[in-house]
Write a protein that binds this ligand. Structure first.
Ligand code: AHR
Length: 524
């Protein structure tokens, strides 16, 4: 029997809502078909956005959405995607399937999507093949509230008010598809490009009569209100050389300021069960590959620790957030689909990958401030899949839905003991992973994963105080580890009520079925 000890009096920091973010790229059927069908479509839509998809995403409380890529971002020229649609340039999406990109989804449409979702905006700029001027003008177009050529252009295109750009990525994967740069070269480019990513937000006026405290508060508020937070391109997986090189060059001879220079450093990590070349099937895998996959998902913990340790040398107070803006499983595309579209199915195994990864992010809330699951619809570990006018929710969707209660909550001290190790050969994993948080509503959220495909596990939960009751308990599981939702059978793996727990003198005891992700909501 495993034991979970929770100290509800020890809050370890805020789990930023943006850690539960998403990513939508001009790739395959993510944007087109998956999200945007155009106003003339027979598929019910509001301003071109699918109603079914937006409604499902709203239930996840999507906190932030990253766009337009990915590799696409470093080839995207934003002026192609504004103005009357019939005049928009048609280009080839060279990265993803060589298909025609008609640019009917551009800046205005992205902002409209975020409005409908009620989420923050994360725009990724083009450093790889775009100019400094182009990047600078895009920011001006989106955010400047005054008289300027780009603000005028925006108004001509029907948008009077500026939008809020919450996060801005200065390039993407510039060690690879974003220009094949060395860390030093990228860092120098970062320094230059980010200079012209202007912050046009309105600053509160300072009053000479203000006391020092008031001034301090105003300064802090001003920081908070900054409309743009900059994301510097970080490493791929365990490329610590990149992290060291970028930070060294970026901070060489610069004043060590963070906000306004570098607010986040990104990290990309995909789980390929059979390595990058082979990848492995999304739906056909044996017991060994199950454990191999989960072991690879668990690697996220080490990656965060080691990149964060390098960041500590420049930023010991952890002012720069780690932004894991691409994570998830990347399998071989579904048979019969365009390999360039990265369309894959999603099974109970993906539910576990999501549960494990999100628990890791929660536990590292001191450093991980943003993350984005790749990708939102129809691409990689998507939460939704569509086919024509049909839409299904994947097992990953249901896990993200249960875990939404962690958004903005305080991480609580928790540790699991007497946890068995399970696996095959060298692919050994802990049977149970967990994280615990306290929400503003006073409810404690416990999320637990049973990684075993062989056996259930009893978990005894003890809090510092007695008297906690389970107010709500939910589970995502299926007896068959290959179980998935299809368009014919969309409800095979869903979130269900869970009742296999008892509350006793010493705490709460639950029995977790094999391959399961569970959420408990506790209160006195
Ligand atoms: O998410 C698919 C691709 O993976 C992205 O475009 C790129 O940034 C990464 O290599």
């Amino acid at each position: 029997m495993a034991k979970l000890k929770i100290n509800e009096y020890h809050k370890k920091g805020k789990i930023e809502p943006e850690v539960y973010g998403h990513f939508s790229e001009h790739l395959g059927r993510c944007i087109y078909e998956g999200i945007y069908v155009g106003e003339d479509s027979d598929i019910p839509n509001v301003n071109g956005m699918r109603v079914d998809v937006v409604e499902a995403l709203k239930e996840l409380k999507v906190p932030v959405l990253r766009w337009p890529g990915g590799c696409f971002a470093d080839e995207y020229h934003w002026k192609d995607g504004i103005g009357p649609k019939e005049n928009r340039k048609k280009i080839i999406n060279t990265h993803w399937g060589g298909v025609v990109e008609d640019n009917s989804f551009g800046t205005h449409e992205f902002m409209e999507l975020c409005r409908q979702l009620g989420c923050k905006t994360y725009v990724n700029g083009n450093l790889g093949s775009g100019t400094v001027q182009e990047m600078s003008e895009w920011v001006e177009y989106m955010t400047f509230d005054g008289v300027s050529p780009m603000a005028e252009l925006r108004k001509q295109n029907g948008r009077e008010e500026p939008w809020k750009v919450d996060f801005f990525g200065v390039g993407n994967e510039n060690w690879g598809c974003g220009g094949n740069m060395t860390p030093e070269h990228y860092a120098n480019e970062y320094r230059r490009y980010q200079t012209y990513v202007r912050d046009y937000s309105i600053k509160p006026e300072e009053d000479d009569e203000d006391s020092d405290d008031k001034k301090k508060k105003k300064k802090k508020d001003e920081e908070e209100k900054k409309s743009i937070r900059k994301v510097c391109c970080g490493a791929n997986v365990d490329d610590y050389h990149w992290t060291k090189g970028v930070l060294k060059t970026a901070f060489d001879h610069t004043e060590k300021k963070f906000h306004g220079f570098m607010d986040y450093l990104s990290l990309h990590y995909y789980v390929h069960p059979e390595g990058w070349e082979i990848k492995g099937s999304a739906t056909k895998f044996d017991d060994k590959v199950w454990y191999k996959t989960l072991k690879k998902a668990l690697k996220m913990d080490k990656l965060i620790q080691r990149h964060s340790a390098i960041m500590d040398q420049y930023d010991p107070k952890k002012k720069i957030g780690l932004c894991v803006d691409e994570w998830g499983a990347w399998y071989k595309n579904e048979p019969g689909t365009n390999p360039g579209f990265l369309y894959q199915q999603n099974t109970v195994r993906d539910a576990l990958i999501a549960g494990i990864t999100l628990n890791i992010f929660n536990k590292h809330c001191d450093r991980v401030k943003i993350a984005a699951l790749a990708q939102m619809v129809n691409v990689l570990q998507a939460v939704l899949l569509t086919e024509g006018d049909q839409m299904i929710k994947t097992p990953t969707y249901h896990v993200m839905h249960m875990y939404r209660h962690h958004q903005g909550a305080q991480l609580l001290e928790s540790s699991a003991s007497d946890v068995e190790t399970v696996g095959i050969g060298k692919w050994q994993v802990p049977k149970i992973t967990e994280s615990v948080s306290l929400g503003e509503d006073g409810m404690i959220t416990v999320t637990l994963n049973n990684l075993s495909i062989e056996s259930e596990e009893t978990v005894e939960i003890a809090l510092a105080d007695k008297g906690y009751q389970v107010k709500e308990a939910r589970i995502v599981t299926a007896d068959d580890m290959h179980a998935m939702n299809t368009f014919d059978q969309p409800e095979t793996v869903t979130e269900k009520d869970f009742s296999d727990y008892q509350t006793g003198e010493e705490g709460i005891t639950l029995t977790m079925p094999k391959n399961s992700v569970i959420e408990l909501r506790l209160a006195k």
